[in-house]
Design a protein around this ligand. Structure first.
Ligand code: ADP
Length: 603
């Protein structure tokens, strides 16, 4: 994450803490199962292309020996034949390589696509509490990045790993076949050098990652300050912010220098090691050639095979670290895929249409948000909304007014007590069905990117354009919509036409009207609109409320006066309830105080 702590531990070499367990590994590899056929073909092609690759050093040696023999006189016939044969073999190798890469890519893409679909579907079904616990950016990362890492781990990485194993085994086998003595010399040098190189390479990689992390920290600081320059300016904090950024840049700088040194050592040393290896092979092999133990061709083959084996060992180390990365990423995916929501989307009773009236009861409800279990919002909340009546919920900010709506929508379940709709416990009802019977107009209506018409029809996708237009008329939104050049096809939402607060509200009201719910939750905007907008919104809301059971989270006196009952929240329960006149008549009443302190706005 961008904002993670910048742990600077580059001095220590830390082995990754994750341990491979059998079940994690087999679950990860299990993802490749549906692609078994594609992958089997890919492995077959891999065998062919590896065989061709591994034949190269041997053939080169043979050709050199042929050339050498021909310099002593004779025809060029064998050289021509051998070259032709090799070209044929290489063409087969190229075709096999092409097929292998295409197959692996196909399998990988199918796995990633399937993972993404399952994961998004699982995310969409999670309890709302899941989204309180997990940051959006993190969840998006699971979907975008972890899926790719996992897909690669079980396709590309396995294929590369197999190839490395094959090269190492075949390479060493071929060398042993050609000259056991020289093989011992190579085995004495190559693996130890490779192991040291691999370990040091990891250290360099870790440094690189630290440079990137600290750069990300610095960038985040800059981004936040630049996008909030008005606040920085208003507090005259420019010099401090520059200093703060300097500090971060300094860290990036010193890590970068360190990285440069480590890289220099790595490349210098590996290059030197490779060259020294060649020289020692030439020296020892040269001796053997002079004493006629091996031919010049065999020596050449040997040099090439030892390089191949070196590359294969480095490949195996990459295989290991990619596998670890894949396991880490898959573990994060399993936590989402395995977590079963406590509030299932759809199972349970649906009240038949002709027996559904929309009466609401909260009975002795106690509730704390799952992320803040020590801060109960309700201790003992009881409310009733008879069908077709309006209940205004009022109280101080943070008193739990919006939470009433969240509980009714069953975004959360109460810790104790019951919520009933038409005497059915909401826990017994099909949650999706129930939510379709409830309209919500929130303080900050959300419009998705799409046209105005699509946004209005969000709760009723099969609506005709006439129905959409009619809802817009009822919501006092028709006029401003038709004034846009594209009318109902105007794109809104992110990167679309920007709408004023009042316009958004009226689109949200049109959306709710079209959905035509029995029950309505209104979360009144706290910030006042201009008088004209206010009037249009108010009028539209009154039309929307007609004939429905309404819980309105009210801030305005006008709405409150129209309510059939007012419930005043305080200390996790209803402290007063009654009509406006009844509550104002209480000499020392909470409601009266709220009105007098103008917590409730006058208009
Ligand atoms: P009101 O609408 O009366 O202002 P809310 O119902 O929004 O009050 O909030 C009641 C309390 O619950 C507040 O203390 C608020 O900070 C807390 N709260 C609201 N939403 C969440 C949430 N998703 N997770 C944790 N706490 C929350």
């Amino acid at each position: 994450s961008l904002c993670g702590p910048s742990s600077v531990r580059f001095k220590k070499y830390v082995v990754p803490a994750s341990k491979i367990t059998q079940s994690e590994l087999s679950r990860l590899m299990g993802l490749a199962k549906p692609e078994a056929r594609t992958l089997a073909i890919a492995v077959g092609l891999l065998v062919v292309s590896s065989a061709v690759t591994m034949a190269v050093p041997f053939s080169m040696g043979r050709i050199i020996d042929i050339i050498f023999a021909e310099t002593q006189g004779g025809s060029h016939q064998r050289l021509v034949e051998y070259t032709q044969l090799l070209i044929g073999v290489f063409l087969v190798g190229a075709a096999a390589n092409y097929g292998r890469i295409v197959m692996i890519q196909n399998a990988g893409q199918s796995i990633v696509a399937r993972l993404r679909q399952n994961l998004f579907s699982s995310i969409m079904r999670q309890d709302v509490a899941f989204f309180d616990r997990n940051q959006t950016g993190e969840v998006i990362n699971r979907l975008a990045a972890d899926t790719v890492v996992v897909g690669k781990a079980v396709t590309d990485n396995v294929s590369d790993g197999l190839r490395s194993v094959a090269s190492a085994v075949v390479g060493i086998g071929m060398m042993a076949f050609m000259s056991p003595k020289l093989t011992l010399v190579v085995l004495g040098i190559v693996p130890p050098v490779c192991i040291v190189a691999v370990l040091y390479g990891r250290y360099v990689k870790r440094l690189t990652r630290q440079v990137q992390d600290s750069l990300a920290n610095a960038t985040q600081v800059a981004e936040e300050r630049i996008s909030n320059i008005r606040t920085v300016r208003a507090f005259a904090k420019e010099p401090e912010e520059v200093k703060r950024y300097d500090g971060h840049v300094q860290t990036v700088y010193s890590l970068g220098i360190q990285e440069g040194k480590a890289r220099g050592i790595f490349h210098g040393a590996t290059g030197l090691a490779g060259n020294l290896m060649m020289v020692s092979l030439l020296w020892y092999g040269g001796h053997m050639m002079v004493t006629n133990e091996i031919t010049v061709g065999t020596l050449t083959s040997f040099l090439l095979y030892s390089a191949y084996v070196g590359v294969a060992v480095i490949g195996l180390s990459q295989f290991y670290s990619e596998l670890m990365r894949g396991l880490g990423a898959s573990e994060r995916l399993w936590t989402i895929l395995d977590s079963k929501p406590t509030i299932p989307l759809s199972e349970g009773h649906k009240i038949p249409h002709d027996r559904f009236f929309g009466k609401i009861d909260f009975q002795n409800v106690a509730f704390a948000y799952p992320t803040r279990p020590d801060a109960p919002v309700f201790k003992n909340l009881s409310l009733t909304v008879p069908d077709g009546k309006i209940l205004a919920v009022v109280g101080t900010s943070g008193g739990g007014k919006s939470t009433v709506g969240a509980l009714l929508l069953r975004l959360y379940d109460p810790d104790s007590g019951n919520i009933l709709i038409d005497n059915y416990n909401v826990r017994e009802l099909d949650a999706s069905w129930m939510r379709q019977q409830i309209g919500l107009v929130s303080q900050e209506p959300v419009l998705f990117s799409g046209t105005v018409a699509e946004n209005i029809a969000y709760g009723h996708p099969s609506a005709t354009i006439e129905q959409i237009q009619d809802a817009a008329v009822q919501a006092n939104a028709h006029r401003f919509i038709t004034e846009f050049p594209e009318g109902f096809n105007t794109i809104v939402g992110e990167r679309g036409q920007s709408l004023s607060g009042g316009q958004r509200q009226r689109i949200a009201i049109a959306r709710a009207l079209l959905k035509n719910p029995r029950i309505l939750i209104l979360d009144e905007a706290t910030s006042a609109l201009d008088a004209q907008s206010e009037h249009l919104v108010q009028e539209a809301l009154e039309r929307l409320m007609q004939g429905r059971s309404v819980i309105t989270i009210a801030h305005r006196l006008s709405t409150i006066r129209n309510a059939d009952t007012i419930a005043v929240l305080g200390n996790g329960e209803v402290v007063e309830s009654g009509t406006y006149a009844e509550l104002m008549a209480l000499p020392d009443g909470q409601f009266r105080k709220l009105v007098e302190r103008q917590t409730i706005s006058a208009n």
